[in-house]
Design a protein around this ligand. Structure first.
Ligand code: URP
Ligand code: ZN
Ligand code: ZN
Length: 467
């Protein structure tokens, strides 16, 4: 047999082109793009479907320590199962050291959690939440050299937040090793001030999570993170940008010649702070940081995606169970939004939402969809051209999309460990029906076809540029 698999008759889309071709797969790689391919162990008739590169979600949280008594709703098995049903073939979770654990020990622990449990490939970013000599002098350099070439710094959250001085020190390590710094940009002191004021006037419901993290909190921190990166002389990625004013800071920085990349997420395109007003504590289902904003900021985020200012569209999947004391109803959560775990599930719904709202509604061309959901992630984080593209020699990570299939997003059709979806009842047109990981059909016609957990950890080269 010439091929292990041939996909026949699909419209193939890359970040630059759409064309009709048969795809020949051999030994887990794309071997041929051509016409009238024959002779394979298996042939899939994909007429009427799109063949897109498997989604890469470069911002997910899995099994991450989340504070005393709070447990994330997904482990690697459930998160990657949810991901593969949602048309993804690579996830990039964050490694957060727990307590006094060293960064290196944290990475070892994540490898152990992931090994043998993944339905898609994974590659870890690091979280740098302290700047002691072992972390900055030994662990971080060694891990960056070993292929964990990107890490996140937080400007908020107790126990995670770094000071400006610390961020500069960490950026200096990134500069020496050519790594990518990702910043969570919110001004922690401002949040603390507003939160104390809200609590002392009895404003403790979930909605006040959003009210105490207004746009200037994010805009100021975005400006500051960019300035720190400029001072340190490193490229920067601002993750989960929620609004037009923060995006304007990024545009201005680029106009000054700085290398600043930007990511947005489905919650900032489709949800608003009003969702946090839902009764019976259901507003807690939408508590994430930065919070969803308003219709004008949704439009600003859409504009940023369409114009190419956002190179990345990720889920920021950070799932908790709603109906649990280990989740959204953690001790104290009903007394104050301060105690509600931050984060929402979304790894399975990320791609259908953008395909439907973006491509099918004519806002986004399909090549741009491929760029912001796969190719740019691979380029920026050192996985290209192995991942993120349908091209000869690339891994055969291919998703077949049915543009005519209608679905209603509902908790009961999803595979994550959370007990709700923020998009309950959201109607979508277009669905990822078949997901292929390195030539293996993992999901076929909407059903799990291979229970084998064939995902592996990917070591990465240095960050590149999506342009
Ligand atoms: O609320 C969120 N986004 N939680 C996840 C952690 C983070 O900041 O990305
Ligand atoms: Zn964050
Ligand atoms: Zn996150």
């Amino acid at each position: 047999m010439s091929y292990d698999l041939i996909i026949k008759g699909a419209q193939v889309a890359t970040a630059s082109d759409v064309f009709s071709a048969d795809i020949g797969v051999k030994d887990g790689k794309i071997a041929t793009l051509g016409q009238d391919l024959r002779d394979a162990v298996e042939i899939i008739d994909a007429s009427g479907l799109y063949a897109l590169p498997g989604g890469i979600d470069s911002h997910v949280h899995i099994s991450q320590p989340s504070g005393p008594g709070v447990v994330m709703a997904d482990d690697f098995e459930s998160a990657t199962l949810s991901a593969v049903f949602g048309g993804n073939t690579t996830l990039m979770p964050f490694c957060l050291p727990e307590g006094e654990e060293s960064l290196r020990a944290a990475v070892d622990a994540y490898h152990a959690k992931a090994a043998g449990n993944c339905h898609v490939d994974v590659s870890f970013h690091l979280i740098v939440n302290r700047t002691d000599p072992q972390t900055l002098g030994q662990d971080l350099p060694a891990l960056l050299e070993a292929g964990h070439s990107s890490f996140k710094v937080f400007m908020t959250y107790p126990g995670m937040r770094l000071t400006d001085r610390e961020i500069l020190e960490v950026m200096a390590v990134a500069k020496r090793h050519g790594a990518m710094v990702m910043a969570h940009a919110e001004n922690d002191d401002a949040i603390d001030f507003l939160r104390d004021a809200a609590e002392s006037s009895g404003q403790t419901e979930p909605y006040h999570h959003a009210a105490t993290r207004p746009v200037p909190v994010e805009r100021e921190a975005t400006h500051r993170a960019i300035s720190l990166a400029e001072i340190a002389g490193v490229p920067l990625t601002i993750v989960h940008v929620s609004n037009g004013e923060a995006l304007d800071e990024i545009r201005r920085a680029r106009a000054r010649g700085l290398r600043v990349h930007a990511e947005t997420c489905p919650q900032y395109l489709t949800l608003t702070a009003e969702d946090l007003l839902r009764v019976n504590f259901e507003g807690a289902k939408y508590v994430c940081s930065p919070p969803p904003r308003d219709a004008a900021n949704q439009e600003a985020c859409w504009d940023g995606l369409v114009r190419g200012d956002f190179e990345l569209y990720s889920s920021d999947h950070c799932p908790f169970v709603f109906d649990s004391k280990e989740g959204k109803q953690a001790p104290g959560a009903k007394d104050s939004f301060r105690h509600i775990p931050n984060g929402i599930p979304g790894v399975e719904t990320r791609l259908p939402i953008l395909f439907s709202e973006g491509v099918m509604k004519g806002r986004l061309d399909i090549t741009r969809f491929v760029a912001v959901t796969a190719t740019n992630h691979a380029k920026l984080y050192g996985l290209y051209p192995q991942k993120g593209v349908i091209a000869v020699g690339a891994d055969a990570d291919i998703v077949l999309w049915d543009p005519a299939r209608k679905e209603v997003l509902r908790q009961e059709i999803l595979h994550h460990g959370s007990d709700y979806t923020p998009w309950e009842g959201f109607e979508v047109l277009g669905w990822p029906v078949t997901t292929i990981l390195r030539g293996r059909i993992v999901v076929r016609d909407g059903a799990l076809a291979d229970t084998g957990r064939h995902g592996k950890h990917l070591e990465r080269s240095l960050p590149g540029t999506p342009f």
